[in-house]
Design a protein around this ligand. Structure first.
Ligand code: COA
Ligand code: AMP
Length: 645
């Protein structure tokens, strides 16, 4: 355990300095681990795009690097994917050779429906291996996939269809939550019906737990079509794309209800992710790497699919939860059974296990000696959870900080280079690729240890977003405009005198619920659309399990005489129906008035501090201080947040 043996020298400082001295040579060297169609000569062209583009002269194919090259280089019989599904009882493995066969056959199906380089393929699937096949099949054709998380409802799906305009949608008939089956097809049909953009075809994975009806001429049975191509032995060569061509679009919450389509390129993404597998996660080809997340999130894209497969590892597609499928020993069972060396999950997952089994009584039933490191990300890792996990698992617990936009670690503790001492509450230090600075609101650098806006000096690292899909101006406005020369992370925090980063909170309206990134603006749009609501505010309040949960405050239209409970039920159902169950929106409080500044800005931050029982100051610009007393009383009446104590 390196963090307890600081005398073990980390190579981090040398590697970071070598990157800083000459970033282009650093990344060109890393690029040698990728198989290119034409290898990069130049690492970076600063004249391209919003801030420059990585590997402008190279060509490649990501599927080739994640699949074919391993088949050709001695890993054909190594397991590439382990599918472990405690919610269905299914377990299957796919070797790299089998993975190639599945991907090639599905690519042939997509090609039958006209999918070509640059076309979009939208994927709406739960945690089944076919979701990974679909991503890789799209990449094989040089198409651009866009995966939509299964916990989103029809409206969210519709906005993504509208924005990405997919030629084909690949979907499953259902997802499976521990408490219920989630039929996907009605949501898919509704989303397509309400979208002005229609796909040419939908390829449907029929699951035996809940098969669905197929629409004649539009929907096609995935299993039958894939089987036909497998028996015909159809070959689909990997399409050569530019390193700068998009591999995928992943929509993430923005400050309005309209999600942002984060674009990922092919070349820089491969180079960076492949580097992280060794340097940050410390894993070797052939080892079993498990990211217990979902392919609908960036963690799933980077570390269930692309990172481990580019590296030649075995990855696990886990369709279950940390608790309740069937018990809080599931993670230990998976580690034991599949000999996992590195586990990556969100702190919420460990808080859930700790809550159900505080003494970790399920742990001794399993042999988890294969596990070398636990990695946490997606939300702030609270010290209690880190300490608990470290004690119970007897392995280093590594927090690291990144975003959908970056695809990989901005600040972390690079186990592969030799871990640095851990400071609880900090995801450790800037990774090569990132010159992290902290600026005040006027854009001036603040002294070490001072809270401010965390920014990254441009250019961004390979693999980070070059732009937003069809929205270059929005990209510049959202990320580059406020602090010229820097990328705004929208996280506030501190860098201390040792270079350790502390990420404290978001500077925008994004909240983090159980490691899921959600926009309170999007929830406000749903509440505001209710016929009886005059105005509203949604804030994230502290939650012991999920980190944060959303709280809605609504003011009724004059004359709207509504039973509070009934209205609350309607509002909860509206958010669930429009955004999805993953929003975990369970409380809508009716208040007389909302506190505002004299210029009419709702004082969301102050309400949040009151709800969380934090110290707060009366904002100088408040219009009517009495409203805060009303809010405090309303929270106390419902025993919400800190007022519950
Ligand atoms: N499809 C459909 N519904 C989904 C879903 C999916 N893929 N994922 C979650 N939901 C639903 C849940 O069933 C729940 O529905 P309910 O309101 O009917 O109970 C709702 O969305 C909220 O889900 P969640 O916030 O995840 O809470 P939970 O109580 O179901 O589970 C945990 C709690 C801690 C077990 C769960 O949040 C978890 O595993 N967290 C780990 C975080 C994680 O993997 N983050 C990914 C980024 S690394
Ligand atoms: P997402 O894009 O869903 O990965 O969410 C990114 C956001 O989650 C970041 O901007 C942070 O606000 C938060 N986040 C992710 N990882 C961490 C971490 N290790 N510590 C603190 N916050 C984190």
């Amino acid at each position: 355990m390196n963090d307890q043996n600081p005398e073990i020298q980390s190579r981090y400082h040398d590697v970071y300095s070598s990157w800083k001295r000459d970033p282009e040579s650093f990344w060109l060297e890393c690029a040698r681990d990728i198989d290119w169609v034409s290898a990069p000569v130049n690492a970076f062209d600063k004249s391209m795009g919003a801030y420059g583009r990585w590997f402008p002269d190279a060509t490649c194919n990501t599927c080739y690097n994640a699949v074919d090259r391993h088949v050709e280089n001695g890993r054909a019989d190594q397991v590439a994917i382990i599918y472990d599904s405690p919610v269905t009882g299914a377990k299957r493995t796919y070797t790299y050779a089998e993975l190639k066969q599945e991907v090639e056959a599905l690519a042939a199906v997509l090609r039958d429906h006209g999918v070509e380089k640059g076309d979009r393929v939208l994927i709406y699937m739960p945690m089944v291996p076919e979701a990974v096949f679909a991503m890789l099949a799209s990449a094989r054709l040089g198409a651009i996939h866009s995966v939509v998380f299964g916990g989103f409802a029809a409206h969210e799906l519709q906005t993504r269809i509208e924005d990405s305009n997919p030629k084909v949608i690949v979907a499953a008939s259902c997802g499976i939550e521990p408490s219920r089956i989630v039929p996907y097809k009605p949501m898919l049909d509704a989303a397509i019906e309400h979208s002005s953009k229609k796909p040419d075809a939908c390829i449907i994975l029929q699951r035996e737990q809940h098969p669905c009806d197929l629409i004649d001429g539009r929907d096609f049975d995935m299993a039958a079509d894939v089987a036909a191509h497998k028996s015909a032995g159809t070959q689909v060569p990997c399409t050569t794309v530019k390193a700068t061509d998009p591999l995928y679009i992943l929509y993430t919450s923005g400050t309005t209800g309209q999600p942002k389509g984060v674009v990922r390129d092919n070349g820089g993404h491969m180079v960076a992710l492949n580097w992280t597998m060794g340097a940050i996660y410390g894993v070797e080809p052939g080892e079993v790497y498990w990211a217990a997340s979902d392919v609908g999130w960036v963690v799933g894209h980077s570390y269930i699919v692309y990172g481990p497969l580019l590296k030649g590892c075995t990855t696990i597609v886990f369709e279950g939860k940390p608790v309740g499928t069937p018990d809080p020993g599931t993670f230990w069972r998976v580690i034991d059974e599949h000999k996992v060396v590195a586990l990556f999950t969100a702190p919420t997952a460990f808080r859930a296990i700790k809550k159900e089994d505080p003494e970790a009584t399920y742990l001794p039933k399993y042999d988890i000696s294969s596990l070398r490191t636990l990695f946490l990300a997606g939300e702030r890792a609270d010290p209690d959870t880190i300490i608990w996990a470290r004690e119970k698992l007897s392995v280093p617990v590594i927090d690291h900080w990144w975003q959908t936009e970056t695809a990989w670690t901005i600040a972390g503790n690079p186990v592969g280079l030799g871990a640095l001492p851990v400071k609880l509450g900090s995801p450790t230090v800037a990774m090569p690729g990132y010159d992290i600075q902290v600026l005040d609101d006027a854009g001036h650098e603040v002294p070490a240890g001072t809270l401010g806006n965390i920014v990254v000096k441009l250019p961004l690292a390979p693999g980070n977003l070059p732009t937003l899909w069809n929205a270059d101006e929005r990209f510049k406005d959202a990320y580059l405009a406020e602090f010229p020369g820097y990328y705004k992370t929208a996280d506030a925090g501190i860098v201390d005198e040792d270079g350790y980063v502390f990420v404290m909170s978001r500077t925008d309206d994004i909240i983090n619920v159980a490691g899921h990134r959600l926009s309170t603006g999007a929830m406000e749009e749903v509440l505001a659309a209710h016929k009886d609501v005059a105005e509203c505010a949604v804030i994230g309040i502290a939650d012991a399990l999920k980190g944060q949960t959303p709280l809605g405050l609504v003011v009724l239209k004059s004359g709207a005489d509504r039973d509070e409970m009934e209205l609350e039920k309607e509002l909860i159902a509206a958010v669930r129906g429009e955004i999805g169950p993953v929003a975990a929106f369970r409380t809508a409080l009716i208040v007389q008035r909302l506190p505002k500044t004299r210029s009419g800005k709702i004082l969301r931050g102050t309400i949040q501090k009151i709800a969380d029982g934090m110290e707060w100051k009366m904002p100088a610009t408040i219009d009517d201080p009495a409203i805060l007393e009303e809010i405090t009383a309303a929270l106390a009446r419902r025993k919400i947040g800190a007022t519950a104590a």
